[in-house]
Design a protein around this ligand. Structure first.
Ligand code: TYD
Ligand code: MG
Length: 470
């Protein structure tokens, strides 16, 4: 393939290539994200595609589906919450993209992981393109890890990095902090452009595959939650892990977005302390700590994150609006999911919300994606609108349909068990799935449940509390 030499215009958000400048990228809808780049910018150009053409291809053996299989060899980090997310450790030769807002703690987490591995005698390298060696050392000292035998460098040239790491025993783990600061000589574009990021990532991925070193690429995230530039890298790497949380809270959630070697629904929970990130093995206790039980508008949701049950408080505020169009704001949950729940509450629950601002917040900086949170969100909203506080010892879960029907959700037992363990006395949940064949109807539930089949039952349930109270 002939290399493109003429200038091309590349969207810095998604990597789409145009032959002239545009104000808006048609591929991702980003405004002002298109920048002129010289050099090879087409997705297939660059180091991978430059193989001399051959008249005849090499014939390789084709294999069947049945045959010998092996678990991918892994190096566990020893940090349980991190290993849970990667699926049991770093797979040899795999590449992980770790995304997160600036200042969220990516460098801190990776320093702790590399130090833990180095102390166990593995060769690990930490390459920082953002901070000087002295700065990284200072952080390690603050974390009490100053003595760990991590190989440290401040470097941004990918060829130099690969040459250095290729000397001697290949490292078990190499950190590249961050991919946006790296540049490769095989690409002519300026450092920091999408083309450079892609070229650098390609070179580092090839290094990982050939040496068996697990490589972690750090990527910064833009304000709308996308990994800037490195979004074009997402499909090239084996796993994409995001580090979330808001800087005002000390909880941090590590979440696998994509994982070729493990589950994608597991989360790891950490707490940022002055000695770095501390693992949180029992997150429910932490997310419920300091909750306000007497105020209307809060409901406890019994959720699941992967295989782990997680209780979290959902807070709602419904207040008369002073604006022409009422506000709907949500933190930690899906905006369109909130709109749907509000529409169902109006259409089938008899609630009048047209003149009210609605705010919904998931406590602790957690982000919930499960549809099972519908019922808890609805309960919090009804509670806030009606001014009736919900019973503090009750958990809520269930998915809501557009008809107002409450549908059963998976892993009921695990949710109820976690709630019982934390001292909750009852649950408001969908009618249990009657699995007659297994006879699970007779299975003992760990706490008292009120089954709800329709949203009207929930509204009635909360209204009854008012009548009792008055
Ligand atoms: P950092 O790991 O540098 O974030 P990132 O690499 O994602 O940009 O973490 C920066 C923040 O973490 C900084 O605001 C200070 C805070 N921090 C602590 O609270 N405790 C600590 O022990 C450390 C090392 C950092
Ligand atoms: Mg950093």
């Amino acid at each position: 393939m002939a290399k493109q030499r003429h200038p091309s215009f590349v969207c810095q958000e998604c990597g789409a290539v145009y032959n002239r400048w545009k104000g808006k990228c048609e591929a991702c809808g980003g405004w002002n994200s298109i920048v002129e780049e010289t050099g090879s910018a087409s997705p297939m150009a660059g180091p991978v595609a430059t193989r001399p053409s051959r008249a005849k291809g090499r014939i390789f053996p084709l294999e069947g589906l049945s045959g010998e299989t092996k678990e991918a060899p892994r190096t566990p980090s020893g940090i349980a919450e991190l290993d849970r997310v990667t699926g049991g450790g770093f797979v040899h030769g795999s590449v992980i993209l770790l995304g997160g807002d600036p200042g969220i703690g990516k460098s801190t987490l990776l320093m702790q992981a590399t130090a833990a591995l180095a102390k166990r005698g593995e060769r690990v390298a930490y390459i920082s393109g953002e901070e000087a060696v002295a700065q990284v050392r200072l952080r390690a000292e603050r974390l009490g890890l100053g003595q760990a035998p991590v190989e440290l460098a401040s470097e941004t040239n990918v060829e130099d990095i690969i040459a250095t790491l290729s000397q001697g025993r290949p490292p078990a783990l190499a950190i590249i902090d961050s991919i946006q600061t790296m540049w490769t000589e095989t690409v002519e574009s300026a450092p920091g452009t999408v083309t450079q990021v892609r070229g650098s990532a390609q070179a580092l991925i090839r290094f990982a595959k050939t040496t068996g070193t697990a490589v972690i690429l750090v990527g910064h995230v833009t304000k709308d939650g996308q990994i800037a530039g490195p979004r074009v890298v997402e499909h090239m790497v084996d796993a994409v892990v995001s580090f979330e949380g808001d800087t005002g809270h000390h909880f941090r959630i590590l979440r696998a977005v994509k994982n070729r070697f493990g589950p994608t629904d597991e989360i790891g929970v950490f707490e940022m302390s002055d000695q770095g990130l501390r693992e949180v093995p029992n997150p429910s206790e932490l997310f419920l700590a300091g909750r306000d039980m007497a105020t209307p508008g809060t409901a406890v949701f019994a959720g699941m994150e992967g295989t782990r049950p997680l209780l979290v408080e959902i807070q709602a505020l419904v207040a008369p609006t002073s604006l022409g169009t009422p506000r709907r704001a949500v933190v930690g949950w899906d905006q369109s999911r909130l709109s749907m729940v509000l529409a169902v509450l109006e259409a089938h629950g008899g609630l009048k919300l047209g003149m009210h601002d609605v705010y919904l917040n998931v406590a602790g900086g957690l982000r919930i994606t499960e549809p099972a949170a519908d019922l808890a969100a609805a309960a919090a909203l009804i509670s806030s609108l009606s001014g009736n506080a919900l019973p503090p010892d009750t958990v809520y879960f269930g998915e809501m349909g557009l008809s107002g029907a409450i549908r059963p959700v998976a892993q009921e037992q695990a949710r109820l068990k976690e709630a019982a363990k934390l001292g909750f006395a009852s649950a408001i949940s969908p009618q249990p799935r009657l699995d007659k064949a297994k006879g699970s109807k007779n299975e003992r539930l760990p706490l008292a449940t009120s089954a709800i089949g329709h949203i009207t039952d929930l509204v009635a349930n909360i209204a009854v509390r008012r009548r009792k109270a008055s």
